[in-house]
Each structure stands twice: as structure tokens, then as C-alpha cells.
Design a binder for this molecule. Sequence first.
Ligand code: PLP
Length: 275
Amino acid sequence: AIGYLNGKVISSSDPVLPIDERGHQFGDGVYEYIRIYNGRAFMMDEHMDRFFKSAKAIKLNLGQTREEIITVVNDLIERSGLADCDVYMQATRGIAPRNHLFPNVPASISMTVKPFRAMDETLRKNGAKVKLLPDERWQNCWIKTLNLLPNLLAKQEAFEAGAFEAVLVRDGIVTEGSSSNIFLLKDGTLITPPATKHILHGITRIAVLDIAAELGIPVEEKEFAPEFIFEADEVFLTSTGIEIVPVTSADDRVIGEGNPGVMTTKIYEAFMKRV
Ligand code: PLP
């Protein structure tokens, strides 16, 4: 697959980064993951807003304008010749001898464009299992940083327990999935945790809230305890990679009727119309 590093088009498998690169030494960087449908980036503006917000939050000067980055992305997509693909983009604090203090070097921006690896569609048809786990991340989960170790540990633990996703709980409150946002439907109202510092403000989350408004579904952005999941009629997860996936059990306890919900399906269909 095709890649990009600081102004050059490369192969995504080229060994290009020296050891002293702060992305892999410290996780000192931020990233975005964008889905391309039919050759067009979905919600590019929102992804760029978040990329620049994340960079600013870690005091990283990207050294490129939003327009320059968008031009690079579109050029890479075209060169890749791929219609259904994804763009992974990361920016790090560059290459410098290892030191916790910020170096005075330009940011390093890299990207890959790869064929989209679709998840198993039976999950969407039958619904996914999730496992509730403690949210052991830091306080600034709204920043899309490279430091994903707590997310990886939670996802792996969920996987080993036969679940598709870990749903994280901080101080008795559900935050989000290890790589997704969570939504519930209760008596016709769509409920999702508010966009505080403790969750990533998902782009798919924005799309779903917008779809709910369009479909006239009442929305409440409010905190809820894990037990509330079992009182919900429907539960689903959202992310760029999985779009919208119904959840039918948590910790091996059935949610609702144990089937993907009617409203979830409706919202998913509206989402697919947008892409
Ligand atoms: N929450 C976390 C922790 C994530 O890592 C992600 C995406 O990877 C999401 C939520 C969903 O965000 P988006 O819809 O922008 O992909």
C-alpha cells in the first residue's frame, strides 16, 4: 500500500523512521483515521478539526496548513487507485536524541492509504458482545494521541473473554469503548455520554447525533452507570472502522431482546445513505 512521509510518497512498508523518533519512543504524537468511500473522504472537515485540536492540545506545531494536509490526502487517495480504503495519519514531535523535553525540530507527518479491511458483517447482523472493564486511561481521552496502551490492554482482555469490544467504566460511569463510542436507546430516546475530556469526540458520534436530529429521535447526552446498559432497549457502538454495530450482550448478560434493535438498524441505514 501507499504511504507518505514528510513530503515524499513512499511504500507503506518502507523502513523509514530512525530509532530516535518520538512517536515510537514516547508516543509523543497524535493521529487520525479517516474512511474513504467511493474515492471520497467521509467527514474530512471534522477529522481535520480534531487533528488540529489534538496537535494543539499537546503543543505540537504541525508545520502544515489544513489545506496542505487535505491536498496531500486527496493526492494519496488518487495515487492509490483505491475507492474503498482508509487513511491513517500521524504527526509526531519529530526526530531528536531521546529527551523528555521538546526538541526544536519540525514535526514528522506520515500517512498510509490502505484497502479497507472490513469487519465480519455477522457482528452487525447478530450483534456484538462487550465486556465492561475499568477505564485506566489518563484524564485527556479527548486528545487522539498515540498513547493507546490502556486501550490495547482493555481490547485484548475483552477479546480473550470472547467479546468484540471493551466498554470502559470510570468512577462508576460508562465512558466509551476502547476504540468506539457507545449509545443506548431507552423508551425512544437516544442516550450517549457527554463529550467531556474523558471520551474521544468521535466523528461517527457526530454523524449519529446529526442523524438522530434528522430522524426526530430525542437525544440526551448524559452520564450513566454500567447497570443502565441492562435497562436499555438497544445499545450500539460507533467508530470510523465499524460504523455502527449493535451490542446484544455485556458481560454475558443479554441486552434488550438480545437482537440488533429496530432503531439501531434505522440509524445505521441513514448512516449508510450518507457515506
Ligand atoms: N473512542 C475511542 C477511544 C476511539 O479510539 C475511537 C476511534 O478509533 C472512537 C471513540 C470513535 O471515533 P471515530 O468515530 O472518530 O472513529
